[in-house]
Design a protein. Sequence first.
Length: 243
Amino acid sequence: MEELTIKQLVESGVHFGHRKDKWNPKMQDFILTERKGIHVIDLKKTLEYLVKACDSIKSNIIEGKTILFVGTKKQAKDIIKEEAERVEVYYVSERWLGGTLTNFSTIRMAVNKMKDLEEKFDKQEFGDLTKKEILTLKRELHKLERNLRGIKDMDNLPDMIYICDIKKEKNALNEANKLEIPVVGVVDTNVDPTFVDYPIPANDDAIKSITIITKTLANAVLEGRKAREDQESKEEVNKTDQK
């Protein structure tokens, strides 16, 4: 992964946890100290666990596996969408629809309906529909696109999921846990990190903190993809040499 420093994490406010009275005791190992009633996260641990998460993501991508980025709260939605689109992975940034993972076939039906409507509007094929009926379809398409755009091409369940706030996205976390899909998750001082396979102790409220963590994880996707392409190129060269 790209070398991050403690200084960069401090500048991004990654170390600021929640108030002491909001803490989860299971986060104790990740807390460095307390200042004015606020818990301060141990950034050495943040770096250590961020490296582990990046290594896991990179390994999965090298193996040709997929990852889903999730973050729907105001501070996270834009960066989740931006970074996921930058590295071309699946994402949910607007609303987590119940059953996105555990009722995947139903979600795919909604995606297929969205694709059908997109095609209908592209070709302007409305038959005998009235203007009012067309407007209703347009509104339905807009709603579907808003919620499903990031998983439009996700034909199978993801092999891994990144969640930037496991408390806010508890439904996504529960579904991933139920299906035993590995979770990379930002864990602030007010959550139970034991539900996450690759916890990253960090501030999950500040935009700068969410950004630096998400960008780093997204870059791990790119590193994994490049390593996979290099590996495939070497294998192709070896096949050619053996002929």
